[in-house]
Design a protein around this ligand. Structure first.
Ligand SMILES: C[S@@+](CC[C@H](N)C(=O)[O-])C[C@H]1O[C@@H](n2cnc3c(N)ncnc32)[C@H](O)[C@@H]1O
Length: 209
């Protein structure tokens, strides 16, 4: 995850970030582009452990350039990606060309998927950027098929002007939404980030009761 301290927001409130402007260099961060085979393998292994074992329908919200969508597709899942940024989506569509995947322009908080339901909703590094995270979580639960799950990858980045959402706050927000919540700490695995990191990074797998 890069430096978003210029996004003019800290632990509360949605940042004002021009994602289109960032799209061209977004994949330069090791955990964004997953170009290093070791980093890619590390994310692929985590993703496999978080997603349903059986290939299914996956909704990747705020999919960005589609790096996780591509891994999930490689694991057999049918991907629907949603992002607000046309420049990010152009890259995602190019990355997954020829695969069973569709990419839609829209708001992650209210994705334009009509009545479609999913086996998993995957959201990495996006919830922190939404103005009303509690409302988004409630809506995402409604997009799940019975037995489906939310896979949320978040953190708190930076030390001077930290941005993000701490795990404690996210699990509290999930309490009314999910029956089972598993938090996995990701800060201590440098293979995921291409370097050692000291800030809080984690994944949550939440299954509505
Ligand atoms: C930090 S990037 C993460 C991208 C991708 N999930 C990943 O992990 O590589 C945040 C992404 O969320 C998108 N985004 C931010 N707010 C959004 C919103 N309200 N609806 C849809 N996408 C949004 C941005 O355009 C950007 O692609």
């Amino acid at each position: 995850m890069g430096d978003y301290s210029d996004g003019a927001s800290t632990l509360s409130g949605a940042p004002d970030i021009d994602w289109d402007a960032r799209a061209a260099v977004f994949d330069d961060e090791p955990d964004h582009g997953l170009r290093d085979p070791e980093v890619r393998r590390a994310w692929a292994a985590r993703l496999r452990s978080w997603l349903p074992e059986r290939p299914g329908d996956l909704l990747d919200l705020g999919c960005g350039t589609g790096s996780l969508s591509l891994l999930a597709s490689g694991q057999g899942h049918r991907v629907t990606g949603v992002d607000l940024s046309p420049a990010m989506l152009r890259q995602a569509r190019a990355k997954l060309a020829g695969r069973d995947a569709v990419f839609l322009t829209g708001d992650a908080a209210a994705p334009p998927v009509g009545g479609q339901r999913f086996d998993a909703v995957l959201v990495r590094h996006v919830l922190w950027a939404l103005p009303d995270s509690a409302r988004a979580l409630r809506h995402w639960r409604e997009l799940l098929r019975p037995g489906g799950r939310l896979v949320l990858v978040e953190g708190v980045w930076g030390t001077v002007a930290p941005v993000g959402i701490p795990a404690g706050r996210l699990t509290a927000l999930l309490a009314p939404v999910a029956g089972q919540v598993r938090v996995e700490r990701l800060s201590d695995d440098p293979a995921l980030w291409g370097r050692e990191v000291a800030d809080e990074r984690y994944a949550v797998v939440a299954t509505p009761g």
